[in-house]
Ligand binder design. Structure first.
Ligand SMILES: [Zn+2]
Length: 128
């Protein structure tokens, strides 16, 4: 799960795509994943809970990211299945709250600058 988060941060689209369960790839084409990763600046991952049985795993997490002038807090319970390797199958979205970032707000990317002056989150290579 963390490796997929890192892959999003580093825009490693192949890895994200390959770790989707094959049955889910058609509705999550690599181009759409690339567009999402490109538009997003990832700020933080919090894992709340992880359970694993022999063939199935669940991870509940919150991820915080920016997209243009919106700050998202996205909480999901993800389901993974073990076949030849672990695959991300799907997730239940528990919360997704976009909040508009005001021009005079401290930038959520932790640069210490005001949002209107900040360029840091526009540069590639997000924090992990
Ligand atoms: Zn910023």
């Amino acid at each position: 799960m963390r490796s997929r988060y890192s892959a999003y941060c580093h825009k490693a689209i192949d890895y994200i795509y390959q770790t989707y369960h094959p049955s889910m790839r058609q509705e999550n084409p690599a181009a759409a994943l690339a567009a999402f990763a490109h538009d997003s600046h990832f700020i933080k991952l919090d894992v709340h809970n992880a359970e694993q049985s022999v063939k199935e795993g669940f991870v509940e997490f919150t991820v915080k990211y920016m997209q243009h002038n919106l700050l998202y807090q996205f909480r999901e319970r993800s389901r993974f299945v073990l076949e030849d390797r672990w695959y991300y199958l799907n997730g239940i979205l528990m919360e997704q709250t976009p909040r508009k970032i005001q021009r005079n707000d401290q930038c959520p990317c932790n640069s210490g600058k005001k949002f209107k002056q900040c360029q840091q989150h526009l540069v590639s290579g997000s924090q992990i």
